[in-house]
Design a protein around this ligand. Sequence first.
Ligand code: ASP
Length: 335
Amino acid sequence: MRKILLLHTGGTLGMAPSGEPASLAPGRFLDHLLEQVPELSQLASLSVEVPFNQDSACLEPSDILALAARVRRAGEDFDGFVIIHGTDTMAFTASVLGFLLADLGKPVVITGSQRPLAFVRSDARSNLVNAVDLACRAIPEIGICFGTHWLRGVATDKLSVSQFEAFESPNLPPLAEIGAEIRLHPKAGQFPCRVPGGVGQALDLNIHTVTPHPGMAWFPAPAGAKAVLIQAFGAGNLPMGRDDVGAFLEDCRQRRLPVVVISQCPHGGVDLSAYEMGRKVEALGAMSGGLHTRWAALAKLGLVLGAGGGIPEVRDAFGAAWAGEPMPDGAWPQT
Ligand code: ASP
């Protein structure tokens, strides 16, 4: 039987019906899980740890780095990993772990639920069973198992507050379709790991994010910001007719702040050559974030900044896939 380490970090799945977090004691948590979902013990030999137990909205970079370090240390002793996580920031954690553990060579399956395990009508039971099943399959991917899909972590976003199909990887087909059978994508587990050496000791999230809307006034990035992420319209357009937009980008350029542009649209990505406005954005020093989700873009920026990188390193990071994230020229064919 495969040995799986299950790391419970909090979120809705483990909450009691009253809304309280589940018991912190790891032994108790395993009992609680096996009482509710006894079939888990037919799938794998499970060990459980509770590194922390909180709403995922409260996660700090140090929590995610600690989680990555725990999986890395335990790598030799287990065949796979399941991480129970709140859904609110699951796509961000999945993106950071997707980069940090890209070379682990073992499955890391992140899951959670929209309703607690203790509820009669809950998605927790099936998500857990599917996650443990996937973790036993020796596919070296770091992905989110939720509803009827397993999705590559660095390509994911949470798109529904309450639907049981809460996550998507808008620009990459699922790693697996989960129905009566689990149908794996033929390329699941196959991606080159190109995470630069030196990345991963720190995650510096001093990133100024801007999501423009028509008529918005632009103010300079705050002092202390180390990079800027703009979630632009469509293919990467900004209202370049406004003086304050040009002044914003010029100020970033003078301060040597890397500026990355991604799209407000989940499907498709940025192409700064497509429109005159995009070309002006690029001429003022901003870089295309292509098909990166906001979470993958933040994770990459945070890791580059954490490793002491600046504009050239950010440019390299967004010009190539580190861990199978969709790129304009290399997305998988649709299944
Ligand atoms: N607020 C919860 C969390 O992210 C939501 C959930 O788990 O679904 O921890």
